[in-house]
Design a protein around this ligand. Structure first.
Ligand code: PRP
Ligand code: ZN
Length: 298
């Protein structure tokens, strides 16, 4: 039983599947702690007034539209499919791309067959669970094909004689290979996104939503960020600054009793590698230290 709690935020997350684990991991890195309900479909937020609903990914846009949840973590493909299918009806907004769950919606064809290029699709049947995204792409490409809607096992449609091609999500490509299919063209690129309800939140909830969005963005920007600490001759600072793959200007501190030397502290991207460190050393840097950054708040 989930009691009505008007002041608590609800975020819908995929229960199982490609996004499930990473979604909860991200919320934990944003500082949320949860206690699971007995049926494991509801996670009660212990340290913030934010609860998690564990659902099928395809149900997330609907939960956002009806206002059962203020936020959701869902594949952009699911979000845009329902927006296109809804033809102008209120639709969830994408607040933030999350950088995981990358995949693409692609048209695939039998490895051995007559289809060689996209124009060959004209007049054929394409099976998919994403009819709106496919129809949109076909219209933009000036192609006429019959869209056959299937709600699962799309990859076996050509063997069953239901369609000549399919349009389905591809991640590793293993599913296509296992079904003797090959990718012909990408229709849509996708990844997990943070989405919000089209309903206007209360002022109090709007504050909570923005706080969580900023925290998630902070957890993401910490991914791969490095803090570099070093000491160097003051004269080497321009060269050092130029060399560092840093987002902002470094902080420069003076060293007591050593007016010609400085300590430098710089936030860098994960692009910082051994070669950078060796070149820094050549410029006179000493006491080099590279630390992983766990989280940042812009
Ligand atoms: C997709 C798609 C394929 C598989 C492709 O399903 O329908 O079955 O993933 O991945 P691969 O290229 O790594 O083999 P998904 O797991 O997203 O489930 P759903 O679409 O039913 O939610
Ligand atoms: Zn699904």
């Amino acid at each position: 039983m989930v009691s009505a709690a008007p002041d608590r935020l609800r975020i819908a997350v995929q229960k199982s599947g490609r996004l499930a684990e990473a979604s909860l991991g991200l919320l934990r890195r944003a500082g949320l702690a949860f206690r699971a309900s007995r049926d494991h479909l509801f996670l009660y937020g212990e340290n913030l007034p934010i609860d998690v609903l564990l659902v099928r990914d395809d149900d997330i846009p609907g939960l956002l539209v009806e206002g059962s949840c203020e936020l959701g973590i869902v594949g952009r493909n699911v979000l845009v499919e329902q927006r296109l299918a809804g033809a102008g009806a209120p639709a969830p907004q994408e607040l933030l791309p999350l950088g995981f769950g990358g995949c693409r919606l692609s048209i695939a064809i039998p490895q051995s067959g007559a289809i060689a290029q996209t124009s060959d699709l004209d007049g054929l049947r394409i099976a998919t669970s994403y009819p709106a995204l496919l129809a949109d792409w076909l219209a933009r490409s000036g192609l006429k094909a019959e869209v056959v809607v299937l709600n699962g096992s799309v990859e076996i449609a050509p063997r069953l004689g239901k369609a000549e091609a399919i349009c389905d999500l591809v991640s590793s490509g293993a599913t296509l290979a296992a079904n003797q299919l090959r990718e012909l063209v990408t229709v849509f690129d996708s990844q997990a996104v943070l989405a919000s309800s089209p309903r206007e939140p209360t002022a109090a909830k709007a504050v909570q939503i923005e706080r969580l969005r900023a925290r998630i963005a902070g957890a993401l920007s910490g991914d791969g960020a490095r803090l570099v600490l070093l000491q160097a001759p003051r004269a080497a600072l321009p060269d050092i600054t130029r060399l560092l793959p840093s987002r902002d200007l470094p902080s420069v501190l003076s060293l007591d009793g050593r007016p010609d030397d400085i300590a430098v502290q710089a936030l860098c991207s994960a692009a910082l590698d051994w070669q950078h460190l060796e070149e820094l050393k050549r410029l006179g840097a000493r006491s080099l230290m590279v630390l992983n950054v766990e989280r940042m708040l812009a």
